[in-house]
Unconditional design. Sequence first.
Length: 526
Amino acid sequence: MGIYIKKIHLINFKRFRNFSLQPNEGINILIGDNEAGKSSILEAIDIVSGGNTNRIEKNGIERLLNIDAVKEFLAGDKSIDNLPKMIIELYLSEGNDFTLSGKNNEDKKTCDGIRLVCEPNIDYINEIKSAIDANKDYFPYDYYSIRFSTFADEAYSGYKKKLRCVIIDSSRMNSDYATNDFIHRCYTLNMEGREKEKANHKKQYRELRNSFKDAALNDLNKNISLNDNYCFGLKNGGNISLENDLMIFEDNVAIDCKGAGKQIFIKTNFALNKANNNTDVILIEEPENHLSPVNLRKLLKMIQDHKSGQLFVTTHSSMICTRLEVNNLIIMDSDGNNPLTLNMLSTDTSDYFSKTPPASIVEFVLSKKVILVEGPAEFMLMEKFFKRVTNQSPEENGVHVIDVRGLSFKRYLEVAKEIGIKVAVITDNDSDYEKNCEYKYREFNSASNIRIFAEKNNDERTFEIVLYNKNQQLCDELFKGKTRKKIVDWMVTNNNKTEAAYTLLSIDRPIEVPNYIKDAIEWISE
């Protein structure tokens, strides 16, 4: 394993006021609601590893500096000493580069790392003060300085990279800029330590361009009806270079001629294959975009089989979360607080989520309140029950209802215990309430955010029996032609459970809610 990121510290960067994350050495899966900051984490890593001042100036410091910090300054006494700084720090694993090690960091501890600091330029203090005094709504973005440095307080730039990083952004997969940027990075990383060869490439490229001008354009320039002082030639400038004209080909087809999904495959595979020697960190933005479920599984298998390099993936996909192991999840809080991780899960639970179908794990971990039910019948009727009890839908109350197999309850509850989701489990007693509902879940009794709800009468062993007893007249009318016993037997048969629930759901008549379900709804709604 080469160099990797041990800690990310952000101060006043985009939505983060003061944020720290200690990622895994290998795979890191960032999940969260929209605007939770997943992409900002990747952008922070990419910016600092690149060491490119021009990139920040081009995009604008105002796009990066936390808006709340700006508003706080403008609402205060506007003292220059209170102008906010933007800091991004990447604490790195120890290596052989002595220029990385020092105390030039917010922790003031000797360790390896790199940082970006954007702060008011002290050379322009008078200009800043005059501008602020002249306009109460003015913020001096134009007078901010940008500095990349190591923790040893040595400056570095894109020409002296300390952390080799590649980003694959599926949201911009068809962008010429994104493709050119990816190819440029891959070429630069693969030419590291081969500076003489790289210089020869550039020399030969210039000679080739000059040769084309002299040979192909010579006759044209002799015959053009223009003033002798003019001639055709090839463009020059910063955008005309070997790196910008390079392209990666697969089977003699340029990757920018392939579909977005195929490009994700090629770029990910190319980056992963080079991670051993040329890339320290790979950043992948929402790889599920543009991919069918079949191709997404292939991509995940490619990532699973590759064990080198540190990987950061942002996603909303349950399949990615489960296939790349749930204990690699980093849950980004939409309130901007420090993230939650699931690396404390038991091996059994992690393996369970990795090997079973990708149940709604993303929906679960991003919820504040959840009702877990163990069958489609309960799931189908839960909204009707909820409105009957609260006069609201589950969504209006901020409650998610998830259907999982009863054997999976404890797996989800282990996750809930770690991250504090409020969870109500609605389950059958299977003819033994004490054993199947109390003793079975005893390890969660101390968790105030978890409650188990079931019918305590062992004679009413399943949801359908309780439902019938609570709504006997209604069920007799709907399922007429059968004796009471036959109606109950028909309702509890697996093949009939969903049909019975759908029939009850379809009628425009009130349904009496079983007491234990009513208790669950009232508790989760508090």
